[in-house]
Every structure is written in C-alpha cells, then in structure tokens.
Design a binder for this molecule. Structure first.
Ligand code: AMP
Ligand code: MG
Length: 492
C-alpha cells in the first residue's frame, strides 16, 4: 500500500484537480505505483517546481525520493494508467500506460493545469509483456533532452525529478532502475482518440474530444464545426512544432501516433537525438530499420499521424461520411503549407532576414545542400555565419560556399537595415549549445556508474543554449570520428 504524505510534505503546494478521472471508465484504470526497494533522489528540478508553485526545497532528499518514486503520494493524488492505442511504425496496436501512472493534475498558482506523471512506476493492466520499469540511462536522457528543448523555446513535456529505485532491471544486461517525474500540459495523444475509435465508441470519442477541446483549445469550443476546428487547431500546432524541431536539427526517432501529444508538446524522448553533421537522411534509432522517422521525413510523418486523428473524428465532423471525409482531407492538406510557412519564418530568422523575397527558399536550400555535401555541423555552421566577414574555418573557403556567402550578404544589404540587427536576430535564433549525442552518452554512462558530474555539467550547458560563455565552449565541439554516436536506443 502507498502511504499518504505527512503534513510537512503535503504542504509543498500541491493543488490537484483530477479531471481525467471524471471521464468515462474506458479511458483509464485506477491503481497505485508498485513500491520500490530503496528510492534515491538523483535530480530534482527546483526551477520547474518553482514555476509549478511547489516548494520542493522544503523536502529532505529522503522525502523527495519517497514522493518521486510514488512510495508516498500527496493526499489528493489519484493515480491512474491511461488507455491509448497507436500506430507503431505504421501498425495499429491497442496500448496504454504500461509503465507510467498519471498521479494527478496539478493547478499552478497562476491557474495552469499540468499532468504529473511517474514513468517507470511498475506494471499496469497495459504492460503487455513489459516489466513496467525504466532504466536510469533513458530516464536521464529524457530529463536532459526535454529540459534542453524547453530552454530552446520548443513546446515540450518537462522533467521534474529522477529517482533510482534500488532495483536492477533486466534489459540486454542488468541496469539500475529509475523513475522519471514528467510534467505535461496533458498526456492526451493522437493514440488516445484511436483507442476510443478502436473500441467503436463514438460517444466516447465525442466526450474525449469535448474534454480535450475545453482543456487545450477552449477558444474553438463554440466554433461552427467544433470538431473540424479542433482538427485544424491540432494540425496548426503540430506544423509549428515540427518546424521548430527541423530548425534545431532534432530527430524524435519514434513518431508513432501514441507519441504525438494533442497539446502540441514534444512527448516521449526515447531514441531521440540532435544532428551534428547535417544530413537530412539521419536516423539514430536502432529500431527504425527503414528510416521511417529519419530527419527529413518528420513533417510527412506528422501529417500521416494527423490523418489518423482525423479518421477518428469523422463521425463528429459530419453525419454524412462523404462530407466528413472531404472536410477532414481539406484540413489535413493544409499541413504542408503551414509547416513550410513556420519553417521558412524560422529559417529566415536563422539567416538574419527580416524581409521576405521569393528567392529566400532557394538561398536556404543552397546552404543546406552545401552543408549536406560537406557534412558541415548544422548548429555550428549557422553560428559561424554570425560574422560580418567570411567565417575563419577553412571549410568555408571553398568556391561554392564563398559564392553562397556573397549572395546572402547581398540579400542582407537589400533589407536596408543595419547589419547589426541581422546579426542580433541570428544570435537569438541559432543556439550555441545543443545536447550533442556523444556528450549525452558519456554523461549517461558515467551516471550508470554513480558519477553524476558530467550529467550536471551537461544539464547546465544545454539549459543555457544561447549562452556563448567560455565555460560552455567545450559543449559546442562536434564529436571526433571516434566519438560519433550512430545509434540510439529506446531503452524500454
Ligand atoms: P514507447 O515506445 O516508450 O512510446 O512505448 C510504447 C508502449 O510500450 C507504451 O504503451 C508503453 O507504456 C509500453 N512500454 C514501454 N516500455 C515498457 C515496459 N518496460 N513495461 C511495460 N510497458 C512498456
Ligand atoms: Mg510512448
């Protein structure tokens, strides 16, 4: 049994209002986290806690470990495992939280609602053959990359804490077990709608849609066609989100429909990674055999996933199925243009452009083609451009790049603005520090041997991605050929 927190710890500032538990039963099961042997606090995000209105600094390490392992939950927590389905690599499966529990929805002092979820909290009805647990490495990976994404200004779930469980879990080898506390606008996924549709429960889809619209798209509730407007709203947020990923070279790695949040946040950091050398075919995930989720496919896959969402909404969009399909298709077909608009706006900023010219797309494509040909570092190449003169590195001295650079500088001059304003736009839109894979892997490897120093150094750097301070310079260097990480693993 899970004891309740004593007065001192329940006084942290929790304010639960668990609206999801008031939805129809088919959407979740109620259960407690499976207690763990010896929870130990590894990292606690006091800054995020502060934003949530939680006074985590009051907690002793032991109390924090009890809380974030689910061993002692706050009084008003109501843990549930959420049901969902998903297209995994294109194949439909009924899923659900197989190793996570939503402990409740916390309302911040500013009135914002956040899901608080424990990931790695033990088996549930949805565990299938899994052990319900998570390993330390992948949980720290999610912590570091989600916090980096947040600092980059990209909508994302966030990480509040990681605790180890004191239990070993069996993967390829025995690994230390851990639990991540994830904070999200919600965990409603494209796959949540697919679950209701998979049960053939049209009334359930309507209830879920109304709930989701009130929670994430309240302005659309009174639209003429509420469900079509909702679909369009989700499409718009995803177009903006995926553009942001592409602009920083982020590869999600498992864009299954169960890993696409309706809120528009990035969710589920498994084998995700940032590109070092630019190659738009980059795949890191060890299980992505056909490159379905490679870098350049991400917009296309997002649109494919949105079509799966649209299918679940058809009966709500119009009673006449032909009409519903026509309307949904029209909505889905807006995705490429919306994506392109966000991407182009972002790329213009990366190049210091604040006016628009038709030839800008070509200018950008030419730069990317040059990067691809020379396997130039994506992040550092954009930073190197923040200079009035040709970048010093020899890489930039070939005739092809010099021609591009001359063309771009001429384009900047046509803006009839100060070059300094272009440079400052570029400073603000081109990160210096990304969580480079070789650094992430080194930090996780050390952590698995109880040395957290690299993890904390890396975390400090990636949560200040635009800071050009010398203390962070070591994190800006691309991997040596011997350090290159070519594959990443889900760690499920
Ligand atoms: P993911 O690939 O992490 O998005 O997970 C896909 C599905 O597998 C979800 O339903 C997870 O809850 C489930 N899952 C992943 N790892 C485990 C595990 N160790 N035990 C039980 N279920 C798991
Ligand atoms: Mg998932």
């Amino acid at each position: 049994m899970n004891a309740k927190l004593n007065a001192a710890t329940s006084d942290l500032g929790w304010h639960f209002d668990n609206s999801y538990t008031r939805l129809p039963d088919f959407l979740f099961v109620t259960l407690n986290p499976v207690p763990v042997r010896a929870p130990q606090l590894i990292v606690l995000n006091h800054k995020l806690a502060g934003l949530l209105g939680l006074e985590t600094k009051k907690l002793s390490k032991t109390e924090a470990a009890m809380l974030f392992s689910g061993s002692k939950l706050p009084d008003a927590a109501q843990p549930i495992a959420q049901a969902y389905a998903g297209h995994q690599f294109g194949h439909f499966t009924m899923l659900g939280d197989g190793r996570a529990l939503l402990i409740g929805e916390h309302i911040t002092p500013a009135g914002k609602r956040f899901d608080v979820q424990l990931k790695g909290s033990g088996q549930t009805k949805f565990s299938r053959r899994g052990d319900g647990r998570a390993a330390l490495g992948p949980m720290l990976r999610e912590y570091i990359i989600s916090e980096a994404m947040s600092a980059l200004g990209i909508p994302t779930t966030r990480s509040l804490a990681v605790v180890t469980t004191g239990e070993a879990i069996m993967r390829e080898t025995l690994l230390p077990g851990a639990i991540l506390t994830r904070v999200a606008a919600s965990h409603i996924r494209v796959g949540t709608f697919e679950y209701a549709a998979g049960l053939g429960n049209t009334e359930g889809i309507k209830t879920l849609a109304d709930y989701t619209i009130s929670r994430h798209y309240p302005d659309l509730f009174d639209s003429d066609n509420r469900y079509l407007a909702f679909l369009q709203g989700v499409i718009e947020r995803q177009a903006s989100l995926i553009a942001k990923w592409m602009l920083v070279g982020f590869i999600h790695g498992v864009m299954n429909t169960d890993n696409m949040a309706i809120s528009g946040e990035t969710i589920d950091y498994g084998p995700c990674a940032f590109m070092d050398a630019y190659d738009n075919n980059t795949v890191f995930s060890s299980i992505d055999y056909h490159g379905r989720y490679r870098f350049r496919n991400q917009p296309h896959i997002a649109q494919w996933n949105l079509a799966r969402l649209a299918e679940t909404l058809l009966p709500l969009i119009d009673a006449k199925s032909d009409k519903a399909i026509g309307l949904a298709e029209q909505a889905i077909n807006t995705f490429p243009e919306l994506f392109q608009k966000h991407w182009l706006t972002g790329m213009r900023r990366k190049l210091g452009l604040f006016t628009e010219e038709a030839a800008d797309v070509q200018l950008i494509e030419d730069l990317l083609a040059w990067m691809q040909k020379h396997r130039a570092d994506y992040t550092n190449s954009f930073r190197a451009l923040i200079s009035p003169t040709l970048p010093a590195d020899e890489l930039f001295h070939g005739a092809e790049f010099v021609a591009w650079f001359t063309n771009w500088k001429a384009r900047l001059v046509r803006q009839s603005g100060l070059e300094e304003s272009s440079l400052s736009i570029m400073q603000a839109n081109n990160p210096v520090i990304i969580p480079r894979n070789h650094r992430v892997e080194a930090a996780l490897a050390a952590a698995t041997h109880n040395d957290y120093s690299l993890f904390h150094q890396l975390l400090a750097a990636v949560t200040n991605p635009f800071d050009n301070a010398p203390k962070y310079h070591q994190f800006t260097t691309p991997p040596l050929p011997s350090e290159c990480v070519h594959q990443t693993f889900c760690g499920t």
